[in-house]
Design a protein around this ligand. Structure first.
Ligand SMILES: *Cc1c(COP(=O)(O)O)cnc(C)c1O
Length: 386
């Protein structure tokens, strides 16, 4: 019964893999959520807010303390000064910020450029807006995923309203270098398009690599919506506290859509996150070090089993190529894996589109799990050794 424009997006292989993982009591390295809590003081601040009566609607744009803390974070991360009242909007996760940006700023006869492989909500959101998506792609260059500039140029047209950018990148773990972002920015200028920049993993870069926000490139502060989320920053994906920052005219478009999607998110959780952004920067920094160690641990495990890997320098994820283990259809293999050895991973398929054939052999593993959980996954994965 689902409407035509959403029917192609109605079921995902994520749900299927997660169900199988539960049924077989598998270690779920498919879905990207951490298995430890965020800072205790954040949880206490949210609980205290609830006990102290902060239980009614917050302002539509989000609680003032949180918007101020986000503006401060923005200044320290990007050097951009954003007005907490008009240039910062709290959303129900980054997902709502992305949806609000597309629904609130893209006309139904506009086009939106996406870069494959891409986070699965992008295509569904563009469909909800009734707009057209134009896929470009990434390519593997010298062992890293980079932007394929030719495909990006081919995807832009005079009807392009926006490009959805994601760095650090899910599913590949790639951190796009400044040169790639400059190419995107140049096309935004040439075609008068905006960038909707999904930076939920902005603080999770490894090996000393710096995250670059496209909003900091010349002339881009005026045409970028920068989206982030407490979920990935503070190990609270279930709280669904996200935000968007940008110039007032663009943020106004997101707000127009957002106020009729959810109106607002949960007051005490916003207060908890505000507390953490003000007082737990050190915790956020140490999360990066821990996550880099988890990545290295999973790299060792998967290399030992015989996978070919593309090791990125950010996020929760790494890319594995199971062809050396005799696997060619990664989607079928991922559906089989939980029952066979008690580990779950997801194929690239749900992140792909026009260039699907180029990605069908790849699998995404999440390493945002406790070391002992990765150890146990490693023991189970030994069964795949040839
Ligand atoms: C997790 C994730 C999101 C969604 O973030 P929420 O705050 O949970 O809505 C958006 N984009 C990417 C790339 C993600 O990995």
């Amino acid at each position: 019964m689902t409407v035509r424009r959403l029917a192609p997006h109605s079921t995902t292989i994520f749900a299927e893999v997660s169900q199988l993982a539960t049924r077989h009591d598998a270690i779920n390295l498919g879905q990207g959520f951490p298995d430890t809590d965020g800072p205790a003081s954040m949880i206490e601040a949210a609980a205290r807010a609830m006990r102290e009566g902060h239980n009614q609607y917050p302002p539509g744009a989000g609680v003032t303390e949180l918007r101020q803390a986000i503006a401060e974070l923005e200044r320290s991360r990007t050097g951009l000064v954003r007005d907490p009242d008009t240039e910062v909007l709290v959303t129900v996760g980054a997902t709502e910020a992305i949806a609000g940006a597309v629904v609130g700023l893209v006309e139904s006869d506009d086009e939106v450029v996406v870069i494959e492989p891409y986070y699965d909500s992008y295509a569904a959101t563009i469909a909800m807006a009734g707009a057209t998506r134009r896929p470009a792609r990434m390519v593997l260059k010298d062992g890293r995923f980079r932007l394929d500039v030719d495909s990006l140029r081919a995807a832009f047209s005079p009807r392009t309203r926006a490009v959805l950018v994601n760095t650090p990148h899910n599913p590949t773990g790639a951190v796009l270098p400044r040169e790639d972002l400059e190419q995107i920015a140049a096309l935004c200028h040439e075609f008068d398009a905006i960038a909707i920049s999904d930076e939920v993993y902005e603080h999770l870069t490894f090996d000393g690599i710096e995250h670059v926000s496209i909003s900091t490139l010349p002339g881009m502060a005026e045409r970028t919506l920068r989206i982030s989320s407490a979920g990935k920053m503070l190990n609270c994906t279930g709280w669904k506290v996200g935000w968007v920052t940008g110039p007032a005219d663009l943020v106004a478009g997101v707000r127009a859509a957002k106020q009729y999607m959810s109106f607002t998110g949960a007051t005490p959780l916003q207060l908890g996150v505000a507390h953490a952004l003000q007082h737990e920067q050190q915790w956020i920094d140490s999360l990066r070090d821990g996550m880099q160690a988890r990545r290295d641990q999973l790299v060792d495990v998967l290399t030992g089993v015989g996978f070919d890997l593309v090791v990125g320098q950010g996020t929760y994820f790494l890319t594995a190529d199971p062809r050396p283990l005799g696997v060619t259809d990664a989607a079928a293999w991922c559906l089989d894996l939980p029952g066979r050895i008690g580990v779950a991973a997801v194929p690239f398929a749900p992140f792909t589109d026009r260039f699907a054939g180029e990605w069908s052999h790849l699998v995404r593993f999440a390493f945002c799990k406790r070391p002992e959980v990765l150890d146990e996954a490693g023991r189970r994965l030994q069964a795949l050794k040839r």
